[in-house]
Ligand binder design. Structure first.
Ligand code: PEP
Ligand code: MN
Length: 460
């Protein structure tokens, strides 16, 4: 149980650190409250419009990045490779399924983690759990594990650095004419890389064809990548809430989209209460215990205006549950006229412990949850609106399977995550090719509103 002595009275705030020194916390919060915003209201509104297209069935969301960013992981190469992976996946989806793809990184703020237990015990010693670099350090020492509010200041600065790289990259390196170069660094014989190279060749020919015809489509030279993270640390999020001078509305300026996690989504909790008061696009993670009435509750609390794009549901049921549990939630939303984006997080319901004690995930199960998600939407005539994954641009060995055939006995080779196991670049591409196939079968894109979103109407 976590009490929150530092917080003002009000709804219960779950998963907050016990900061040891209230005066230090106050000083950090005061600094953050006068610091410049990291993102601006009109950018958040732009993303809300894009996500409105997802909710209406005309676009697909690709959201991905680390489970937990780390301060040490803020390097130009690391961010570039992560973005390139995201971009390669987006190209596979856009080209493979002819559907506009909204790209959101789990980055520039994804530094805090909820934990299943507030403490960790090793050999009879009990210390606070690691809650992400925003709160404490990962080493199992009293010094590292003691929450330090000054880390929230570092989180702010690191987020600014990452955002700067993302903005520069989106404006420079993300030109579709360079789609080949994003494949660099892949092992030459990687099946995912080879398949991608082939597709990039087709894109080259398509671009050359358009150029020869005198067509210069917008959106080829630069791209839009938005930033998102779990809005977990309320001290941090409250301190960065700002009224935007242009729109006159209050935004959480720590990122474009913030999501409420599976462990903090209580309808009467402090997270739902705080996020109901900011204008950003929001997402809520829905685990297997989610009830249809909760779905309605989130829509009423977080999207009372029923504005497409304001609210996205990220479903993380597990491959074994999704076919059984998801339909009732979608049916409730249809019956109530709720228009939200439905997105599949096929990672968090499929985690298991390998024989060597490492947390891992099987790509086959991840893909099976995605298949189940698509099947449910096909059955109901609704739009499978996107995918939310944990990935990295590095060739890590954290998840099992994929065209590189990583096994549990290989995990030790390159297991670097600060929290949950991520897809490596090749596995990310494997996933993107499968999703593109399913989207194509689904008949998505082509600028049509492909959702019926009316109870009783079925689309085959
Ligand atoms: C996460 O996205 O890393 C996470 C903790 O997810 P969830 O809240 O769905 O468990
Ligand atoms: Mn995670």
């Amino acid at each position: 149980m976590e009490t929150q002595p530092n917080h003002p009275p009000g709804p219960r705030a779950e998963q907050q650190p016990s900061w040891p020194d209230p005066s230090e916390l106050r000083s950090v919060v005061d600094q953050l409250a006068t610091a410049p915003p990291l993102v601006f209201g009109p950018e958040c509104d732009q993303l809300r419009d894009r996500l409105g297209e997802v909710a209406l069935g005309r676009a697909f969301l690709l959201q991905g990045g680390d489970c937990a960013e780390t301060f040490a992981g803020v390097t130009a190469d690391g961010i570039r490779d992560k973005l390139r992976t995201l971009l390669q996946m987006a190209v596979v989806l856009t080209y493979g399924a002819s559907v506009p793809v909204v790209k959101i990184g789990r980055l520039a703020g994804q530094f805090a983690k909820p934990r299943s237990s507030p403490v960790e015990s090793r050999d009879g010693v009990e210390l606070p759990s690691y809650r992400g670099d925003a709160v404490n350090g990962p080493a199992f020492t009293e010094r590292d594990r003691t929450p330090d509010p000054r880390r929230m200041r570092t989180m702010y600065e690191s987020s600014a650095v990452v955002l700067n790289l993302v903005r520069a990259f989106a404006a420079g390196d993300a030109d579709l004419h360079r789609a080949h170069t994003w494949n660099q660094g892949f092992v030459a014989d990687s099946p995912g890389g080879a398949r991608y190279a082939e597709l990039a060749g087709e894109i080259d020919r398509a671009l050359a064809f358009m150029a020869a015809c005198g067509v210069a489509p917008a959106g080829v030279r630069t791209t839009e990548v938005f930033a998102s993270h779990e809005g977990l640390l309320l001290d941090y999020e409250r301190a960065l809430a700002r009224r935007d001078p242009v729109t006159g509305r209050t935004y959480a300026t720590s990122g474009h989209l913030l999501w409420i996690g599976e462990r903090t989504r209580r309808l009467d909790g402090a997270h739902v209460e705080f996020f109901s008061r900011v204008a950003n696009p929001l997402a809520v993670k829905l685990g297997p215990t989610t009830t249809p009435d909760e779905v309605l509750g989130y829509a009423e609390r977080l999207d009372p205006e029923r504005e497409p794009g304001r609210l996205t549901f990220v479903v993380r049921m597990g491959a074994r549950n999704v076919r059984e549990l998801l339909p009732a939630l979608i049916e409730k939303s249809l019956a109530e006229g709720i228009r939200v984006g439905w997105v599949c997080d096929p990672m968090h319901g499929n985690t298991f412990t390998a024989p060597d004690g490492r947390k891992t995930r099987q790509l086959a199960e991840i893909l099976d949850e995605l298949r189940g998600f698509f099947e449910v939407h096909r059955e109901l005539g609704t739009h499978p609106g996107g995918v939310h994954v944990e990935l990295t641009g590095d060739d890590v060995t954290e998840c099992v399977g994929g065209s590189d055939e990583i096994r549990t006995s290989h995990l030790h080779r390159r297991y670097e995550t600060a929290c949950d196991p991520r897809l490596n670049r090749s596995q990310s591409l494997d996933l993107a090719f499968l999703v593109a196939e399913m989207l194509r079968e689904r008949g998505a894109g082509h600028g049509r509103d492909i959702t019926s979103q009316h109870p009783g109407r079925r689309q085959g």
